[in-house]
Unconditional design. Sequence first.
Length: 95
Amino acid sequence: HNVMHHPQELFDRCAIPNCPSQLTSPVLHAMMDVLLGGVWAGLVLAVKGIGSQGDGSVQILCKDCDTQQKVLKYITEVCHLDGFTIIIPASEGSS
Protein backbone atom coordinates (compact mmCIF):
# COMPACT_ATOMS: atom_id res chain seq x y z
CA HIS A 1 0.00 0.00 0.00
CA ASN A 2 1.09 3.55 -0.60
CA VAL A 3 0.95 6.69 1.53
CA MET A 4 -2.39 7.85 0.09
CA HIS A 5 -4.12 4.45 0.17
CA HIS A 6 -5.01 4.45 3.87
CA PRO A 7 -6.77 7.87 3.90
CA GLN A 8 -8.73 6.89 0.77
CA GLU A 9 -9.66 3.57 2.32
CA LEU A 10 -10.88 5.32 5.49
CA PHE A 11 -12.94 7.77 3.45
CA ASP A 12 -14.49 4.95 1.43
CA ARG A 13 -15.33 2.93 4.53
CA CYS A 14 -16.56 5.78 6.74
CA ALA A 15 -17.99 8.44 4.44
CA ILE A 16 -19.55 6.61 1.50
CA PRO A 17 -22.21 4.84 3.62
CA ASN A 18 -23.46 8.27 4.77
CA CYS A 19 -24.28 9.43 1.23
CA PRO A 20 -23.64 6.71 -1.36
CA SER A 21 -25.42 8.58 -4.15
CA GLN A 22 -22.86 11.39 -3.93
CA LEU A 23 -19.73 9.65 -2.62
CA THR A 24 -19.50 6.25 -4.32
CA SER A 25 -17.31 7.88 -6.99
CA PRO A 26 -17.26 5.23 -9.73
CA VAL A 27 -15.04 7.31 -12.03
CA LEU A 28 -12.51 7.92 -9.24
CA HIS A 29 -12.39 4.26 -8.27
CA ALA A 30 -12.11 3.11 -11.90
CA MET A 31 -9.21 5.54 -12.38
CA MET A 32 -7.56 4.23 -9.22
CA ASP A 33 -7.91 0.64 -10.43
CA VAL A 34 -6.40 1.43 -13.84
CA LEU A 35 -3.55 3.63 -12.62
CA LEU A 36 -2.43 1.42 -9.75
CA GLY A 37 -2.08 -1.73 -11.84
CA GLY A 38 -1.34 -3.07 -15.30
CA VAL A 39 0.99 -1.00 -17.45
CA TRP A 40 1.07 1.76 -14.82
CA ALA A 41 2.25 -0.48 -11.95
CA GLY A 42 5.40 0.98 -10.43
CA LEU A 43 5.08 4.20 -12.44
CA VAL A 44 2.06 5.64 -10.63
CA LEU A 45 2.94 5.64 -6.96
CA ALA A 46 -0.39 6.74 -5.48
CA VAL A 47 -3.90 7.85 -6.45
CA LYS A 48 -6.44 9.49 -4.14
CA GLY A 49 -9.61 11.52 -4.38
CA ILE A 50 -9.29 15.05 -3.03
CA GLY A 51 -11.72 17.67 -1.83
CA SER A 52 -15.19 16.33 -1.17
CA GLN A 53 -14.45 13.48 -3.60
CA GLY A 54 -17.63 12.29 -5.32
CA ASP A 55 -15.90 12.08 -8.75
CA GLY A 56 -14.62 15.64 -8.44
CA SER A 57 -10.84 15.68 -8.33
CA VAL A 58 -8.10 13.12 -8.11
CA GLN A 59 -4.47 13.47 -7.06
CA ILE A 60 -1.97 11.20 -8.81
CA LEU A 61 1.60 10.83 -7.61
CA CYS A 62 3.92 9.69 -10.41
CA LYS A 63 7.40 8.20 -10.32
CA ASP A 64 8.88 10.87 -12.58
CA CYS A 65 8.09 13.71 -15.01
CA ASP A 66 7.95 11.37 -18.01
CA THR A 67 5.29 9.23 -16.32
CA GLN A 68 3.44 12.37 -15.29
CA GLN A 69 3.17 13.46 -18.94
CA LYS A 70 2.01 9.98 -20.02
CA VAL A 71 -0.66 9.91 -17.31
CA LEU A 72 -1.84 13.40 -18.28
CA LYS A 73 -2.09 12.29 -21.91
CA TYR A 74 -4.05 9.18 -20.86
CA ILE A 75 -6.43 11.25 -18.72
CA THR A 76 -7.08 13.85 -21.40
CA GLU A 77 -7.07 11.72 -24.57
CA VAL A 78 -8.43 8.38 -23.38
CA CYS A 79 -10.63 9.36 -20.44
CA HIS A 80 -11.63 12.76 -21.90
CA LEU A 81 -11.07 14.47 -18.57
CA ASP A 82 -9.23 17.68 -17.73
CA GLY A 83 -5.93 17.56 -15.94
CA PHE A 84 -2.86 19.58 -15.11
CA THR A 85 0.55 18.87 -13.65
CA ILE A 86 2.35 20.21 -10.64
CA ILE A 87 5.98 19.44 -9.99
CA ILE A 88 7.15 19.79 -6.41
CA PRO A 89 10.95 19.73 -6.26
CA ALA A 90 12.65 17.60 -3.66
CA SER A 91 13.74 19.53 -0.59
CA GLU A 92 17.34 19.55 0.58
CA GLY A 93 18.31 16.33 2.26
CA SER A 94 15.38 14.33 0.84
CA SER A 95 17.11 12.85 -2.18
